[in-house]
Design a protein around this ligand. Sequence first.
Ligand SMILES: Cc1cc2nc3c(=O)[nH]c(=O)nc-3n(C[C@H](O)[C@H](O)[C@H](O)COP(=O)(O)OP(=O)(O)OC[C@H]3O[C@@H](n4cnc5c(N)ncnc54)[C@H](O)[C@@H]3O)c2cc1C
Length: 363
Amino acid sequence: MTTPLRTATVVVIGAGQAGLSAAYHLQRRGFASAIDEPGASRTFVVLDAGDGPGGAWRHRWESLRMETVNGIFDLPGFAQPPIDPREPSRDAVPRYFAGFEREHGFPIVRPVRVSAVDEAPDGRLDVSTDDGVWRATAVINATGTWTNPTLPLYSGAETFEGIQLHTSEYVRGDAFAGLRVAVVGGGISAVQQLEEISRTATTFWYTRREPYFLGQDFTPEVGARTVEKVIADVEAGRPTGSVVSYTGLAWTPYALAAKQRGALERRPMFTRIEPHGVREADGSFTPVDVILWATGFKPALSHLDPLHLRNELGGITMRGTQVADDPRLHLIGFGPSQSTVGANRAGRAAVAAIARMVDEAAA
Ligand SMILES: Cc1cc2nc3c(=O)[nH]c(=O)nc-3n(C[C@H](O)[C@H](O)[C@H](O)COP(=O)(O)OP(=O)(O)OC[C@H]3O[C@@H](n4cnc5c(N)ncnc54)[C@H](O)[C@@H]3O)c2cc1C
């Protein structure tokens, strides 16, 4: 039996920090649940692939604790309860998100995976899922990056007889006790995981470029300058890089601990992977048992491919949260809003713009 076509004024895809912020602002502006009140004049629904609340935080590695996250901004109007700094973020944050969802009773449907967003015959957008199609006047995409890990192609990778894993599969450092571990990547996750692994294993750190450590703290001014640079990139249609490519790395306690242990001795990228190790840039061979690809994530947007949003630079040209030239489509938790505070603000901005569009259409 096929599920009938359902409609909503706004479909939000994803219920992480960004999607929940959008849901909060939609509800505040009087958008009703498309599930409970499908006949209302303005409705919304949130479709989320997760099995429960928490967005990507459900999947963070066990040893990423509340004291080692960069800092999680409160959801709109909902202060975080006192949290044990030693608690894994993958437990504490989903519990906090669940409380927010309960408080507001948002129409969140999960687990529902969106496979495609495409033009509808009547000028709206069709959102296809593993549970039928939603037709929407506007779509707010808030799918984050976690489900799109970046795995660079290196020659010989398929011949490696040890363990290869990506940051997204990492659980805790002592899983590699006594082994020789190559950690690849120059971002925050790479440094955190390198520090943990180096407590009980021999590590080798590979990055394409010399890592750049900030000589100063990550102040609000540094944050504001970073956001400006990312905005300039997305408005020019350029693909954005990792956060660290804009900010540099901070001398956090774990970075200092790694440095003291000698784990931050960076090597240039190896040239080839062999069955029992890696061939170094200088031609020598380093035996390793594990290669950890701490090589980051890219925005999870493949379901938007039918809309052909990418330009010749490979980026998506944006005007604020809106896809340039398409007021029906907003990307939040994307580009300059890829942080918990940015996600909050982007949710509010996207909803304000869509509410204006709906008002104008109704006038
Ligand atoms: C390791 C790591 C640590 C970080 N630490 C911090 C930090 O301390 N502070 C900070 O501000 N930022 C941090 N960030 C950035 C952080 O990810 C964002 O700030 C924010 O949590 C992302 O929220 P989001 O709503 O955009 O995405 P997510 O939390 O990833 O939520 C996306 C949701 O969309 C769903 N989804 C994805 N694809 C589909 C689909 N096709 N159909 C339906 N649903 C879908 C997912 O299931 C998920 O529930 C970190 C990022 C990483 C990778």
